[in-house]
Write a protein that binds this ligand. Structure first.
Ligand code: 0O2
Length: 207
């Protein structure tokens, strides 16, 4: 019946979330291990900290809607890669690419999508490296490959994105002020990038 098929779809969606969560755990462990190894071999921690999040159902529906798609298991499987997301905040700009390379070089990790908003910042000024990797998750019933989105950015890029996100989603701010803040934030994104590049040079010089 229709009721049964809806319950089956719901169960399948919960299963996708559980698999993606396990995938994020696997990737999170790999990233922690890479940071440990760097710290031991090079006396430097590329990772400042990490944040893990599962997409909310509201945000999932919103994304499908923006893509003109219904909430079906097929559409979630084929079009949504960020059910599980890990944000990696690095100390320096070079660390972003170091972490990316060391992660995708691992034999069980496959790069399935890459957007470099550092080389090509968004018009807002947003900078970050977004990669989607696929990782096998081993279960009692067999193995399944699942996607995990990894956003890698520096402390400065993260600080900027948090403030800009706040501005973007505040609805009770005077539109004139929003315009002014938006313009300033665009400028500050470039300035922060310059400062972080110069600080990296000092760090390299000291290493
Ligand atoms: P949530 O709920 O955390 O996901 P796609 O995956 O390409 O189909 P999209 O939305 O084009 O969809 O992906 P994009 O733009 O590569 O990455 C979306 C995420 O990047 C956002 O998550 C933000 O976390 C971040 N982001 C992208 N652009 C900006 C920006 O201009 N400013 C800020 N502060 N963050 C940005 P969601 O979808 O908002 O939320």
């Amino acid at each position: 019946s229709q009721q049964k098929s809806r319950i089956d779809d719901f169960k399948a969606l919960v299963k996708i979330f559980q698999l993606c969560h396990s995938g994020a755990n696997e990737i999170g462990t790999k990233l922690e291990n890479l940071d440990d190894e760097y710290s031991m071999n090079y006396d430097h921690n590329p990772i400042h900290h990490m944040e893990e999040r599962m997409k909310s159902i509201g945000s999932l529906i919103g994304k499908l809607d923006r893509k003109g798609l219904d909430l079906t298991i097929e559409n979630v499987r084929n079009h949504i890669y960020d059910i599980a997301g890990i944000r990696v905040i690095t100390n320096y700009i070079d660390d972003i690419y170091r972490i990316e390379e060391a992660l995708i070089d691992q034999s069980d990790v496959t790069l399935i999508r890459r957007k470099d908003y550092i080389k090509n910042p968004k018009p807002s000024g947003y900078r970050s490296l977004h990669i989607v990797v696929s990782i096998p998750v081993f279960q009692s019933t067999g193995v399944e490959d699942v996607p995990v989105e990894v956003q890698i950015r520096t402390i400065g890029m993260d600080m900027w994105a948090s403030l800009e996100h706040k501005l973007r989603y505040k609805t009770n701010v005077d539109p004139k002020k929003v315009k002014e803040h938006t313009g300033n934030l665009q400028k500050y994104a470039t300035e922060l990038y310059d400062i972080e590049s110069r600080m990296q040079e000092i760090f390299k010089d000291l290493q």
